[in-house]
Design a protein around this ligand. Structure first.
Ligand code: IPE
Ligand code: IPE
Ligand code: MG
Length: 249
């Protein structure tokens, strides 16, 4: 009989996925709460709690980069009460999780237009990024007030400014230039984008970066997304044939 330690190592070895960067559209919190007769914010709270287990499973699954969509540039259209509740949750999540994330050697980054967020939240975000900047186990990127179109528009504005001041040659602007002006400049492109809750759309998430990502649209609502569900999705990803426009010989 094998001892427990050997079994654990064997389990982990089969779980390692080829997905280097996984991006998740964490959708379905509202419906999860409604199904339980609770207010939408109850679902957002449950959704925030899910994040830790998924981040912590990344090293076991060989996922080096995890990017999660927390609030879109379109989510300001929700009721003032829901938006305020979400902003309060972000502040609370960051305050509560900062130490644990650091202890787990997680490097945290934020993408999106943070200028529009309240000052207290911005300073918590800055502090978490700074505290964890030398960590190496997982690269967690949280998208808050993020929209793919907004990101590209901001990048083009910066490019135009640099061309105007003579710091950039307009004739030399190419795909790499644009990538380097995006919020995701230091991140590799996502290999896999997962959306929970059964909706098959990308809702303005990582539009430029996902040109060759694989997509998984799954019915599970975000507060029910466990490590085991994540493992199943990663296993399906590993079975896919990625061609990037070429023909396999
Ligand atoms: C995702 O859950 C979280 C955010 C967009 C902030 P939703 O709030 O969109 O949940 P549903 O889609 O209404 O169920
Ligand atoms: C996308 O979900 C944004 C986040 C998960 C943060 P939404 O619930 O806002 O997307 P739509 O409105 O259904 O497209
Ligand atoms: Mg939704």
């Amino acid at each position: 009989m094998q001892n427990a330690d050997t079994d654990d190592v064997a389990d982990q070895a089969c779980e390692v996925s080829g997905a280097n960067h996984v991006a998740i559209i964490m959708d379905g919190n509202g419906r999860w709460a409604t199904q339980r007769g609770k207010p939408r914010l109850f679902g957002h709270r449950a959704g925030a709690k899910r994040v830790r287990e998924i981040v912590e499973s990344c090293p076991d699954f060989g996922v080096k980069y995890l990017t999660i969509f927390a609030f879109s540039t379109e989510n300001w259209k929700r009721t003032q009460a829901e938006v305020a509740g979400l902003m309060m949750l972000f502040r609370r999540y960051i305050t509560r999780e900062t130490q644990a994330l650091h202890e787990k050697n997680v490097r945290v980054r934020f993408i999106g237009d943070r200028v529009k967020l309240d000052k207290k939240l911005q300073s918590l975000m800055d502090h978490l990024e700074d505290l964890t900047k030398d960590n190496t186990a997982v690269n967690l990127t949280i998208a808050i007030n993020y929209g793919g179109r907004d990101e590209v528009a901001r990048a083009i504005r910066d490019i135009a400014r640099d061309v105007k001041t003579g710091n950039l040659d307009a004739e030399k602007v190419n795909e790499e230039t644009l990538s380097s002006y995006l919020d995701t400049t230091v991140l590799p492109d996502p290999d896999l984008v997962i959306r929970t809750s059964g909706e098959a759309r990308i809702s303005n998430f990582l539009l430029w970066q996902s040109a060759y990502a694989e997509y998984e649209f799954i019915d599970t609502l975000w507060p029910d997304f466990t490590r085991d569900v994540f493992a199943e999705v990663l296993q399906r990803f590993d079975g896919r044939d990625r061609r990037f426009g070429a023909v396999k010989t």
